[in-house]
Design a protein around this ligand. Structure first.
Ligand code: NAI
Ligand code: HPV
Length: 529
């Protein structure tokens, strides 16, 4: 493997990054005390950046990262990473979605129980030499209702544990169905229903535009008097000002907080309230979780550099390995079809219509579409286009992309047909992999051809007249251009026709001009793929 430099800018398990240490050609640099400006200066030349929640991977940082190809988040939440900026720049972002689930769920239960029994408050009083048994009377969990907002990995694990405490669970998650809830023996409701029904509310959503201040003044208004709140997900899901007021007013009897709107915390007023228990973002801070997440991101980084595939991409849909192995042979052909059409049209696409037929119609084809777009966009935008940003940039440029699938592949095992609409008109092609013989372009517009999509090609539109093929050969010969292969197709005798030539070196602009001056020739396009 070529040399790759990995910067780790947050504390990470040394044991867990063994896949990086054990791979030849990978150099790991730990520098976990950088301020944002120092990090922006340091990032130049690094191929990968591994972070936890402390490092803010901003657009400014991403713009400074001249070689960065992958950002690994050793944990779940990626709200500290500007995903749009990363995607736009073709940087893949991976996380470790499973490694800290147990730890985060256990911490949530620890916080719930500490809060319910006021353990941190009682301990602090004892430390101060007090033996006070009256002030720290708690509530039982048994028979109480726990509202779980966000029923993903952690939310579901919390529910399992809370059931063990004989709590009733009511949950809300856009992906939770009545059937699933019944199967798990929990209730299911809208977010409002959950808030109204609960004695305890725990949030487990990611922090996103849609979940910022999900628990706000209005939400507190819906809750029972004496409700207790837990946030071991992300600061910002709960509006801290609204929480402060709700505690002060007596509506909220307890809050257990692991995460805060600003971290590290600067405004400690919430912690002055005796109803609040808190930890400094420790949900994932166990030896096991830290080792798990470090292993998971390290494996993905190694896999990305060695095979170009990852398991846990946040900005690129993951494709199961068995499907990947079926479609991977078509990657190169797909990109070439895109490049071929762009050269033929000599213009930029406004719409791309792709049809997958035959065996490919049964597969996930997203990666193929991205390769086709890569081929199309690279012609005008160069090497900054890759799998990660091809779809994003196509949308950004206002290109409509349509995918279709059909069973009939015109006698081929699989066929990829691509049509592009440009300011200069419409162009179509289709390609396939011939058993044992590699990639072929088998259609150009409505003509049947059989062309290896590699090297220097000339596409000629002409009228089917005697002698035209000879004249093309003679003219190219005079220019020192040797023809390796030639295909001719026509609609009818004497009608419109095409020639596809493979030539040993690119045709000069002057040769193309002279060819176009021949009476029978309508258009000549040079293609280099
Ligand atoms: N305190 C800590 O150290 C840790 C905090 N976390 C935080 O916990 C969050 C959840 O983690 P996982 O359960 O592993 O993620 P997950 O992706 O498995 O689950 C998140 C769930 O939230 C749901 N959701 C999204 N929008 C919602 C909305 N508006 N209302 C209700 N549900 C909504 C999703 O459908 C999904 O099921 C992470 O995004 C991260 O921010 C995760 C690990 C450790
Ligand atoms: O995995 C997450 O989302 C977490 O919040 C854990 O954060 P950390 O890696 O401990 O900074």
């Amino acid at each position: 493997m070529t040399n790759y430099k990995i910067l780790i800018s947050d504390p990470m398990s040394e044991e867990g990054i063994f896949p990086l240490r054990d791979t030849e050609g990978i150099t790991v640099v730990f520098d976990t005390d950088l301020n944002p400006q120092e990090l922006a200066e340091k990032i130049t030349g690094f191929d990968a950046l591994l972070v936890r929640s402390k490092t803010q991977v901003t657009r400014e940082l991403i713009e400074k990262a001249d070689k960065l190809k992958i950002i690994g988040r050793a944990g779940v939440g990626v709200d500290n990473i500007d995903l749009e900026a990363a995607t736009e720049k073709g940087i893949i972002v991976v996380n470790a979605p499973d490694g800290n689930t147990n730890s985060a769920a256990e911490h949530t239960m620890a916080m719930l129980m500490s809060m319910a029994r006021k353990i941190p408050q009682a301990f602090t009083a004892m430390r101060n030499g007090e033996w006070d048994r009256k002030s720290y009377v708690g509530v039982e969990l048994k028979g109480k209702t726990l509202g779980v907002v966000g029923f993903g990995r952690i939310g579901a694990e919390v529910a399992v544990r809370a059931k063990g405490q004989r709590m009733n669970i009511i949950a809300y998650d856009p992906f939770l169905t009545q059937e699933k809830a019944e199967e798990l023996g929990i209730s299911f409701g809208t977010v409002e229903e959950v808030l109204k029904a609960s004695n305890f509310v725990t949030v487990h959503t990611p922090l996103m535009k849609e979940t910022r201040h999900l628990i706000n003044e209005k939400a507190f208004g819906l809750m029972k008097k004496g409700v207790q709140i837990i946030n071991c997900a992300r600061g910002g899901i709960i509006d801290e000002k609204a929480l402060y007021n709700a505690i002060k007013s007596g509506k909220v009897a307890g809050a257990a907080l692991d995460v805060f709107e600003q971290e590290p915390m600067v405004d400690f007023r919430l912690l002055d309230l005796p109803e609040v228990v808190a930890t400094p973002h420790l949900g994932a801070s166990t030896h096991e979780a830290q080792e798990n997440v470090a292993i998971d991101v390290s494996l993905d980084v190694v896999s990305y550099f060695s095979k170009g595939v990852v398991r846990n991409s946040v900005n690129l849909p993951s494709v199961p390995e068995e499907i990947m192995s079926k479609i991977e042979p078509y990657f190169d052909l797909s990109e070439r079809l895109g490049a071929f059409l762009t050269d033929l049209s000599g213009s930029t696409a406004t719409e791309v219509n792709i049809s997958y037929s035959g065996e490919l119609a049964d597969s996930e084809v997203g990666p193929l579409t991205r390769n086709i777009l890569k081929g199309i966009l690279k012609r005008h935008l160069g090497t900054r286009i890759n799998d990660v940003n091809a779809m994003f940039i196509a949308h950004q440029k206002g290109i409509t992309v349509n995918e279709r699938k059909s069973a009939a592949a015109g006698g081929f095992t699989s066929l990829i047909s691509v049509e592009i609409l440009t300011q200069a008109g419409k162009w179509k092609t289709a390609g396939t992999l011939l058993n044992g013989q590699g990639a072929r372009i088998v259609r150009v517009d409505d003509y049947i051809v059989d062309v290896i999509p590699t090297g220097h090609l000339l596409f000629i539109r002409h009228h089917d007249r005697p002698g035209v093929i000879g004249r093309v050969g003679t003219l190219l010969g005079q220019e020192g251009v040797n023809i390796a292969t030639m295909q001719v197709g026509r609609t009818a005798e004497g009608g419109d026709a095409i020639m596809m030539l493979t030539i040993d070196k690119p045709a000069e602009a002057e040769s193309i001009r002279q060819l176009e001056e021949l009476a029978e020739i309508e258009k000549v396009k040079a293609v280099n793929i």
